[in-house]
Design a protein around this ligand. Structure first.
Ligand SMILES: NC(=O)c1ccc[n+]([C@@H]2O[C@H](COP(=O)([O-])OP(=O)(O)OC[C@H]3O[C@@H](n4cnc5c(N)ncnc54)[C@H](OP(=O)(O)O)[C@@H]3O)[C@@H](O)[C@H]2O)c1
Length: 305
């Protein structure tokens, strides 16, 4: 496993993280196995949200920790708040209550990282700061970040929030790479030139914000993963070619493509299968050469201008 030292914090985080969005219908034994395999692979970052499984994902994870208390000190536990039924909510009450409820469900003393899940256009940034201060001063949350935010929203928060925003969690994969597309198609008039996130890749590098990539293999809820999906035939052929060359599964190449970018992203896997996780983790040590990286990028129906 490779680890990143996160600036302005004492966090040293594995570049592959486990996301727990999909575990709610699993048994405690299945989740226990998944967590144990993750730890064996060197994963130390575990991503939750108050809403995953309506809270059940955190409760299940907490059950596993209750059975294996020694696992806690091998983990950096992250959760998210701010999404409610029908609206987004960055109010003091919601942020504080949500974090406290996550901590209770997980059965831990504090969260290592709390992220704001999706931008609440009605947010008052000084209210966010008050909520963060309360949680930090009570020893309930150690560090903070955001998710699905663009650069100007982060600038606005930074004006008021006195804690460093260490992470921005964003969708990113071989088929969802607007952050890269926009940097390659500067000044062009095609759709790949559309900036969806305020030059996030460059902004994050300039501001020492580590991007956590979500849905690294998932195309959409309807399509499922792009692996072996007929709509992404050309991409799958390329993945198979490099998988054969590096003697790994295609998933590992898709991961290597994300982690080989010099912006040094973290990738969050949402697999619930220990075997898939082990196959995927082999990609962490693969450093794709520049021509290989571009070859994979272009196989996702892209052209260089
Ligand atoms: N911030 C946000 O707004 C946001 C949004 C979505 C997700 N997230 C976070 O990101 C995490 C990952 O998201 P995701 O679940 O959409 O990502 P993902 O890792 O791209 O998707 C995993 C899905 O792909 C399937 N899959 C099929 N073949 C696989 C293979 N060979 N290797 C690995 N997986 C394979 C998995 O099924 P199997 O279980 O059968 O492997 C699973 O259903 C979530 O758990 C959550 O923590 C954050």
């Amino acid at each position: 496993m490779e680890y990143l030292t996160i600036p302005s914090s004492d966090l040293v985080v594995s570049r592959l993280a486990l996301g727990l969005m999909r575990i709610a219908n699993k048994s405690v034994e299945e989740v226990e196995k998944l967590i144990n395999v993750s730890i064996e692979q060197g994963i130390n970052l575990f991503d939750h949200a108050d809403i995953y499984g309506g809270g059940k994902s955190e409760t299940l994870f907490g059950e596993v920790l209750k059975r294996n208390p020694s696992l806690r000190n091998k983990m950096i536990i992250q959760s998210k708040c701010g999404i409610r039924k029908g609206f987004y909510d960055f109010s003091f009450d919601h942020i504080v209550n949500s974090a406290i409820e996550s901590i209770k469900r997980l059965g831990i003393d504090s969260l290592d990282i709390l992220l704001l899940h999706r931008p609440d256009t009605l947010m008052e940034p000084d209210e966010v700061n008050k909520a963060f201060s309360y949680l930090y001063n009570q020893g309930l949350v150690r560090t903070f970040g955001i998710s699905n935010m663009n650069s100007m929203q982060i600038e606005l928060l930074k004006k008021y929030v006195e804690y460093p925003l260490l992470f921005n969690q964003l969708q990113f994969s071989l088929i969802h790479a607007g952050m890269v597309d926009v940097g390659i198609n500067v000044n062009m008039t095609n759709n790949r030139a559309i900036d969806f996130d305020g030059n996030m890749l460059e902004y994050a590098r300039i501001n020492d914000i580590t991007i956590q990539a979500w849905s690294i293999l998932q195309a959409s809820w309807e399509e499922g993963t792009f692996l072996n999906h007929p709509k992404y035939q050309k991409l799958n052929e390329k993945l198979a070619q490099y998988a054969n060359q590096y003697q790994v599964e295609k998933s590992a190449i898709a991961l290597a493509w994300i982690l080989s970018h010099p912006a040094k992203l973290i990738a969050i896997s949402g697999t619930t299968s220990p075997k898939h996780l082990v196959d995927l983790a082999k990609g962490v040590s693969i450093k794709l050469a520049r021509p290989e990286w571009y070859d994979l990028y272009l196989s996702g129906n892209r052209l260089l201008p």
